[in-house]
Design a protein around this ligand. Structure first.
Ligand code: KIV
Length: 284
């Protein structure tokens, strides 16, 4: 099957076909997402919280993102892979943003980058697009601004805040963003934004009217319970399955039930006899 491009994602919006996007941070997960036919794999800076156990996404570095992107790329030949720009990798200046976005593409193998922020980020988005880098915007609940928002809170709840989000979406579209993540926004507002831009919107906690949906894979699999947002539907209990497997291993080892004969390597009898004879002192 052909590799998915940003044009395929755009065509899905035009045809009214929902776009699927999930996060991955490693090779085996990327392989499984690919086998499921997920359109877009986001190597999100959520890796900091769900894989590295950090309190927020703020301490995530470019080196971490490049490493995780590279692992995901090896497992995902077909899906569109988007590398997330971590905190302070694009806010300090356009040259910095260009250098860091290029690292995600060149060293990490990503097809595109994502960055958080509204109209104030439009010049950065435009500068990246002008040098050939595809950019996905991210507005609404933007976790890198968690301190400013006073926590992980739904955004766009007043008329002024809603108007600002609509303006942000249009500014990012004009700057050349190929798609927008809408996070933590009331569903009707997300629907209005989706209708008012021609690029695809991918919602997370933004209702059913978006052009596509994204979840953090660890939430979907039941692998992260430190913080469970209302919008995160859990499709599996992998934590339960893993705990049961770890408990069974511990019990088997303690009972000397593992390894069993089928897990052992054997020596031909004549070789064993010779070894034993050469070391008879130790009861070989
Ligand atoms: O980092 C991430 O996983 C994200 C998604 C929540 C969209 O930005």
């Amino acid at each position: 099957m052909d590799k998915i491009t940003i044009h395929d994602i755009q065509a899905k919006k035009t045809r009214g076909e929902p776009i699927t996007m999930l996060t991955a941070y490693d090779y085996p997960t990327a392989l499984l997402l690919e086998q499921s036919g997920i359109d877009v794999i986001l190597v999100g800076d959520s890796v900091g919280m769900v894989v590295h156990g950090l309190e927020s996404t703020l301490p995530v570095t470019m080196d971490m993102m490049v490493l995780h992107c590279r692992a995901v790329r090896r497992g995902a030949a077909r899906a569109l892979v988007i590398g997330d720009m971590p905190f302070m990798s694009y806010q300090l200046g356009i040259d910095d943003a260009k250098r860091n976005a290029a690292r995600l593409l060149v060293e990490g193998g990503a097809d595109a980058v994502k960055l958080e922020g509204g109209a104030h980020m439009a010049p950065t988005v435009r500068a990246l697009v002008e040098i050939g880098i595809a950019v996905q915007g991210h507005i609404g609940l933007t976790p890198q601004s968690v301190s400013q928002m006073g926590g992980f809170k739904v955004q766009g709840k007043s008329v002024a805040a809603a108007r600002k989000l609509i303006d942000d979406a249009r500014a990012l579209e004009r700057a050349g963003a190929f798609s927008l993540v809408l996070e933590g926004i009331p569903a009707r507002l997300a629907g209005l934004i989706t209708r008012s831009v021609s690029i695809p919107t991918i919602g997370i906690g933004a209702g059913a009217a978006c052009d596509g949906q994204v979840l953090v894979t660890h939430d979907l699999l039941g692998l992260f319970d430190r913080f469970t947002p209302k919008f995160a539907k859990q499709y599996a209990d992998l934590a339960g399955a893993m705990r049961a497997a770890f408990d069974a291993f511990r019990a088997d080892v303690q009972a000397r039930a593992f390894p069993a004969p089928e897990h052992e390597f054997t020596l031909p009898d004549d070789v064993w006899d010779a070894i034993a004879a050469s070391d008879s002192d130790n009861g070989g």
